[in-house]
Design a protein around this ligand. Sequence first.
Ligand code: ADP
Ligand code: MG
Ligand code: MG
Length: 953
Amino acid sequence: MRDLLGGKGAGLAEMTRLGLPVPPGFTITTKACNAFSRSGRFPPGLRKQVEEGLAAIEARSGKRFGDPSNPLLVSVRSGAKFSMPGMMDTVMDIGLNDQTVAALASRSSDERSAWDSYRRLVALFGRIVKEIDASEFEAILDRAKAQTAGGKDTDLTAAMLKDVVGEFKSLYRREVGSEFPQSPKEQLLEAIAAVFRSWNGRRAVDYRNFHRIPHTLGTAANVQAMVFGNMGPDSGTGVAFTRNPATGARELYGEYLPNAQGEDVVAGIRTPMKIAQLREVHREIYEELRRYAELLERHYRDVQDMEFTVENGKLWMLQTRTGKRTAQAAVTIAVDMAREGLITKEEAILRVEPAQVVQLLLPRFDDAAKAGARTEGRYLAKGLNASPGAATGYVVFDPDEAERMGREEKKPVILTRVETSPDDVHGMLYARGILTARGGATSHAAVVARGLGLPCVAGCEALRIDYDAGEFRVGSHVVRRGEFISIDGTTGEVFQGRIATIDPDFEKERDLQALLGWADGARRLGVWANADYPRDAERARKFGAQGIGLCRTEHMFFETDRLPIVRAMILAAPGYRRLNAQVRGLRAERDAARLDRRADLEDQLRGLEARLSDLSQRYLGSLEKLESLQRGDFVGILRAMAGLPVIIRLIDPPLHEFLPSYESVVVEVTKLSTARADPTILERAAQSEEDRAFLEEVRRAGGGEIARGVETLLVEKEALLEAVASMREANPMLGLRGCRLGILFPEITEMQVRAIFEAACRLRKEGVDVHPEIMIPLVGHVNELAIERAALEAEAKQVMEREGVTVNYKFGTMIEIPRAALTADEIARYAEFFSFGTNDLTQTTFGYSRDDAEGKFLLDYLESRVLLANPFQTIDREGVGQLMRICVERGRKTRPEIEIGICGEHGGDPESIAFCHEIGLNYVSCSPFRVPVARLAAAHADLRSRVVHVEDR
Ligand code: ADP
Ligand code: MG
Ligand code: MG
């Protein structure tokens, strides 16, 4: 029904059927609209249908359309399948002309309201059908209002309104080149055509793109007898929700404006009263409305957003639709309705979108701080809520400056532009939020901000940005470059100055907790979390995580007290490896050599062995220190996750990531070389913080003496430069990293496994239930895994034997290279679990390096729709997804009970979670903050697939 009649038409029909007072009318279907869109003409039969519909209305109302003595007036209202509030058009008071206005005036003995309706018709018709700028009508009306004592539209007398109509009509004549049509039929047909056209209006198209509503649906047109809320103090118009759409509270919520028609109540022309006040003023009307609200809510089993009009004390219902609500309200309403027995728990789960849970858990402005900002007059304007979340930062107009401040100075900036383009992306990447003066929900700024997960307020038209002056104005407020502003991407509000943001407290979200509890009962997919530190693991557990899907060990290397040890280890590693091989070779040569060569070889060997022992002290010695530190880390994590599995990934990034950058060492060596001739230059040139720190380092190296420091340090830095240079890679993403490291430098990964098992054994002795799972990254060939596993498992067994404890453990691998996915049957022979590293898998499947792609072309790709979604946010089903599907199938063929999950960022993305459910993964693992979202999304995936099954049968 909604397909053909649209939401509004279906709602009107349903309300009529339920016996509610609805002005009579009929609906022209979406089919007619689509035919009209295609040919630009009404389909055959439409005119006749309109005649018949009108006749039916006439019969029920006792009035006749165009009757000069008792005229029927109608509205033509747009209404698509999905509600698109305010996006399309409605023309009211059709049927008025110079004759019927007089008849209406005398019949209703209310001359004023008749002329008030007439001026509305001319303005609406002029704007919607003839596209005359609305502000021109408003200007005339404002001038008239300014001549009254009260200054409001209701202060205009009949005579004044008559003049307004006269002026409106001349404006119309000037703009259109002909008279305002006096034929009611012509008015009606033209209005229907305009409503059909509004389906393809700019605003409507943008809205559909944003909400992914198909453009092929078309709108229906509802022709309906007018009722008049502008008949004096006993009349009025209002909107009401059956529950509070902001908080979810169970109360009739809305606004009512006496003596008004149509959009007046929401247009802000006068301040409306709260629905609660209506109860004081018109008790019966309020009670009647409340009854209807209850009836409709029970009937539709969801919150309704209703429009109504009171004409001379009689209530008329004009619209009902599902009420839009905030994330907070969505959760509360779903939980309440399930508890009231109105809907099932499954329905309640499906009533809340995972994206709404994301919103609930984003940092937001502290309510009190926001209210405070308002009373201090710091509220500036409202734009489009293009990407949710709250941000506070320095206003910056120039993307280069945003990049510099954001990246180098680590300052929070809000990049503020008239609109953005691909040339601005480098600045957007380092901003905390985006604010634009122009552009809609699918503008570049909005698309990119959502892609980056940044708060964005777009199309904030009240902003007058002046790049040259480095400021923007809103009314009398001036905000200069470098001053603070705060933007709320969830509501679209913009404030001057700072507003404190708060991280929501999950523990206090009772309704959300209840809902997620139900969701847990409805999902098959496990939800784990990625956590590198015990505190993250604890948080993840509070959020409901059932395991740790990724614990990255390299973060532990980066801590400041460890980095020097890690560096010493890395600088010694290649030499150790080389020398070790040489020594082994030489020993073999010596053993096989004839006596006369032996002595010579022994000599050589002694020299090498001395160097090796020095290197091994630096290499193995550092590893030993790291081992005891890592053991402590693992004790912490395993303890925090007692009883649950913890997947620990062995070292993954290229080793040079732990060293200073090649460029920075070159600079230092150059400085030292020049300073050799003239050591004072270092002091004279020390300008930046960095320069001074370097000077300090030189001084220290020289025991307080710069010249000596230069000499000592130069030797050290040259050695460092050589080491860094030898480890440089043209493409580190595809270089010496992942399991390749463990194969070349087995001592490193063996140390890690020892630390893990020592920690596990110690906890087992304390009676803690531990489940470590060792994950070997970046395997592409089964042999890599076979070799690594053999060496590491031997290490693990040794530890357990030494400690006299057995630990439940698994060995497995990350799947992040297409070759691994394709050969999963072989790889599964050596793996008890797989975990999709979808970030790398996406990089290697697309052949993109993520940083380069996002910095250079990916966002352009999204904007020009080369790609429809960012594959780093939502799994690319056709490519990456296909590999995953193949991998699951082949892996399970070899090892049916193999545990398969995902640990990439995608594990927290609802669409990707649905895909993971579909291909039969055991769990998804995501950042702790995403765990609640994933719990809900996993339940959605399950419930939806069940519904599909039922429908299939
Ligand atoms: P939208 O879809 O943008 O809400 P509507 O078709 O609901 O547009 O109409 C806009 C306004 O005009 C609403 O306030 C509605 O109540 C009012 N309106 C529409 N038709 C009538 C009518 N026949 N009598 C009185 N008011 C009407
Ligand atoms: Mg409406
Ligand atoms: Mg990886």
